[in-house]
Design a protein around this ligand. Structure first.
Ligand SMILES: C[S@@+](CC[C@H](N)C(=O)[O-])C[C@H]1O[C@@H](n2cnc3c(N)ncnc32)[C@H](O)[C@@H]1O
Length: 282
């Protein structure tokens, strides 16, 4: 695609063709990448359909396309991902926030709607998308924690961008609860939940760009979730709640009992999979 000045519509068509065996959404990917290369929005792009673009932007777009053709996720190329009501900075240090994780946020917001100054802990925070989205809608002090200092650096960057004036967001590097102290009204988690076999079978192509420790939940996939469920009650205030994302087979936990916890409800996602489990401290 070098040499000739192509129109926006032609560039999108050619790019979608190039990505058709790489992506399930080749046209959308092409539009997002071209909008990024032009420093505009996807919506604005539609108003430029018959315009040609300058060679600098075309070169940048072609470099984005090469990266996408090598399976790099769009969000890592643009360094942004929309989640709930905000756009989060993301790069290969963090998991790309998934739409199904928004169920945790919805559940948390409805739980906190009459609560003032709730203390919230989001463990396994990655980009910070869960905790920061809850903070957007609730009056709360937020602690974000993760085992990965790299992930925490991204969470911090998102907190500074989304809440520049906040002085009630803190960051703790911690292997689950190992360096957490104090008690919280609400704890949220989207822990890694893939097994050794899942890692071999599913973490290929696009997924192989994301951090391994964002996926790997131990040999069976359940180890990390189980550790959280066994210990979370020690960090909840009386009557406090815990909301966890569940993996494909996560409903296996729902029939079990855990110290100090009572299962209150489970939200299914749009595919009918048990997705967000709400527990209360007893
Ligand atoms: C599935 S990602 C979730 C990220 C983010 N909360 C989201 O929903 O997009 C899991 C996160 O857990 C972190 N993690 C993995 N093992 C951990 C552990 N033992 N203690 C704390 N965090 C851990 C990873 O670094 C990763 O950021």
């Amino acid at each position: 695609m070098n040499g000739t000045a192509f129109k926006v519509s032609e560039l999108i068509g050619k790019a979608a063709e190039k990505l058709k065996n790489i992506s399930e959404t080749p046209r959308l990917d092409a539009e997002i990448l071209l909008a990024k290369a032009l420093g505009t929005s996807r919506f604005e792009l539609f108003t430029k359909y018959n315009e040609s673009i300058d060679t600098g932007a075309e070169k940048l777009f072609n470099s984005f396309l090469e990266r996408r053709a090598a399976f790099e996720p769009v969000a890592y190329i643009t360094n942004e991902k929309e989640f709930f009501e905000d756009t989060f900075f993301v790069d290969s240090r963090v998991l790309i926030p998934r739409p199904e994780t928004e169920f945790i946020v919805e559940e948390a917001i409805s739980l906190l709607k009459n609560t003032k100054k709730a203390d919230i802990l989001d463990i396994c925070c990655g980009s910070g998308c869960i905790g920061l989205s809850i903070k957007r809608a609730s009056d709360c002090a937020l602690t974000l924690s993760d085992i990965s200092p790299d992930a925490l650096a991204v969470a911090k960057l998102n907190a500074e961008r989304l809440f520049p004036a906040a002085n009630d967001i803190s960051f703790i590097q911690s292997d689950l609860f190992s360096t957490i102290s104090g008690k919280f009204d609400l704890i949220t988690a989207n822990p890694p939940y893939l097994s050794e076999n899942d890692m071999k079978n599913f973490v290929v192509k696009e997924l192989s760009f994301e951090p391994e420790n964002a996926f790997f939940g131990g040999r069976t996939g359940f180890e990390i979730t189980e550790k959280i469920l066994n210990n979370v009650h020690k960090f909840l205030k009386h009557g406090g709640h815990f909301i966890s994302e569940l993996g494909f087979e996560g409903s296996a936990f729902l029939g079990r009992t855990f110290d100090g916890l009572e299962l209150q409800s489970v939200k299914k996602d749009y595919s009918g999979i048990d997705r967000a489990a709400l527990f209360r401290k007893i």
